[in-house]
Write a protein that binds this ligand. Structure first.
Ligand code: GDP
Ligand code: IMO
Ligand code: MG
Length: 440
């Protein structure tokens, strides 16, 4: 029986989704990206060789896999072309022929990037800390029904006309509201038409393709970007991204039916990280540049190499937070957990898990309703003894130190979900598949 599996981040992104997508794509015919854009940074390490993917699905390194970018993804042609040339430079074969792009993808245009940056600057201290890649403004144009889409590239005249109208609007906002320079219409048009030559041959009816694969009984993997707590509706608004990062996004963003999803793999980092602004109740504040702050925060950031795969920014680190995680498991209908980066905890004497918050003198076990509640929430922890020995690349569950097994059992008990995959190192082969999502 074929299966459709969705992989989602359950925290604030960077849980290790890319690694796991790459790992289990040996069992699929196609991998689908369904939301977000090149704000994502998905790291694959194969025999020590590192590749970071932003827009292209993490199945691309497996030669038999077709990579689909569905209409839920916002597509920057510049970012795509850069990534294509990076992949060809490292010798990845048949990328152009294996990559298919939906005509419905909203285009991220140069003015979206300028708007994103101008807006962040204007927000000052309240900045969201976006990737500056134009993600938010491109999704705004989609919802405002004025955006350009990949399919518009098929008719140069129509594209030129639509671009004129939308640039008139954005240039007005840029110059009058943000007091920055307008972009030149002719330049943007010429650049877009040049880039279109690469993109147009890849245009495909992605939704139909997915339906065909399902009819042919082929396994499909849906690759989420970001994490549930960055979801536009359910995340820590306004410190979120602009798409639905939860598993429902796989349905709306690709055209597969709700009942066609068989399994949702929730990727959980063994601690928590966040990059950018916004509340983070279990944060252990440490500033890498000043080398000041919490000692455990430093250990997590250093051992976990917690620097953004897209922007290079330091990721904020903290303890595992079961309050947000349990909520996240419900939002995503998580079937099983993939626990990553367990090895990063190897040197710790004691490990904490947040099991509740104290908010306004009361103990709560579900997330606060708004961002202020998150900011005021004080974590309540349980403590687990550390194992103080290396788990890197461990080859069986039984060979894990007892304390590490206990940490995993505790997570299973608190979440009432099984840990189906365990990752103890960045490399593809540093992974234990306890229950394969395509077999369950
Ligand atoms: P994604 O955005 O969810 O795909 O995750 P990122 O690639 O942005 O960040 C995860 C980082 O952790 C990358 O540098 C991975 O190579 C690395 N990584 C993934 N799994 C493990 C693991 O189990 N242990 C360690 N030490 N590193 C890991
Ligand atoms: P992956 O797929 C971590 C964060 C940004 C910022 C907020 C909004 O690698 O897990 P945006 O540019 O999307 O408007 O920024 O979302 N963010 C991510 N954080 N991992 C990501 O992707 C992220 N994509 C966006 O840092 O706080
Ligand atoms: Mg990432």
């Amino acid at each position: 029986m074929s299966k459709n599996v969705v992989i989602v981040g359950t925290q604030w992104g960077d849980e290790g989704k890319g690694k796991v997508v790459d790992l289990i794509t040996d069992r699929v015919s196609s991998v689908v990206r369904f939301q977000g854009g090149h704000n994502a940074g998905h790291t694959l390490v194969i025999n020590g060789n590192k590749t970071i993917l932003h827009l292209i699905p993490s199945g691309i390194l497996r030669r038999q896999v077709e990579c689909l970018i569905a209409h839920g993804v916002v597509l920057s042609m510049s970012a795509l072309i850069k990534e294509l040339s990076e992949l060809s430079a490292i010798g990845v074969k048949e990328v152009h022929s294996r990559l298919k792009i939906s005509s419905g993808c909203p285009l991220i245009m140069p003015y979206h990037v300028v708007l994103d940056k101008a807006r962040e600057l204007k927000r000052g201290k309240a900045a969201i800390g976006t990737t500056g890649n134009g993600i938010g403004p491109a999704y705004e144009d989609k919802v405002a029904r004025r955006g350009l889409r990949v399919g518009d590239l098929l008719n140069t005249q129509v594209f030129a006309q639509k671009l004129k109208e939308v640039m008139e609007y954005h240039n007005f906002v840029l110059t009058h509201y943000y007091a920055v320079e307008a972009l030149d219409y002719d330049e943007v048009l010429a650049q877009s038409l040049e880039q279109a030559q690469t993109v147009v041959p890849m245009i495909t009816d992605v939704t139909q393709k997915i339906h065909q694969h399902i009819a042919n009984n082929e396994n499909i993997l849906f690759e989420g970007a970001q994490g549930a707590l960055l979801d536009i509706d359910q995340g820590t608004y306004p410190f979120v991204t602009s798409s639905n990062t939860t598993s429902g996004g796989a349905v709306t963003g690709s055209g597969v039916g709700v009942m066609d999803i068989d399994y949702v793999l929730g990727i959980v980092k063994a601690y928590t990280t966040r990059v950018g602004g916004g509340p983070f109740p279990t944060e252990l504040v440490y500033d890498v540049e000043a080398d000041k702050g919490d000692a455990i925060g430093k250990v997590l950031g250093t051992a976990g190499r917690e620097f953004g795969a897209t922007t290079g920014r330091q990721r904020r680190c903290g303890w595992l937070d079961m309050v947000t995680l349990k909520h996240s498991f419900k939002l995503n209908s998580v079937t099983g957990i993939c626990l990553t980066k367990l090895d990063v905890l190897d040197s710790l004497d004691t490990i904490k898990i947040c099991v509740a918050y104290e908010l306004n003198g009361k103990q709560i076990t579900t997330p606060p309703h708004d961002v202020q509640g998150y900011a005021d929430a004080k974590p309540i922890y349980i403590e687990i003894p550390g194992w103080k020995t290396s788990t890197v690349g461990i080859d069986s569950f039984g060979n894990l130190p007892q304390q590490a097994q206990d940490y995993i059992y505790k997570i299973e008990e608190l979440s009432s979900l099984p840990v189906d995959i365990l990752s103890t190192g960045p490399d593809r082969n540093e992974t234990l598949i306890l229950n394969h999502p395509f077999d369950k």
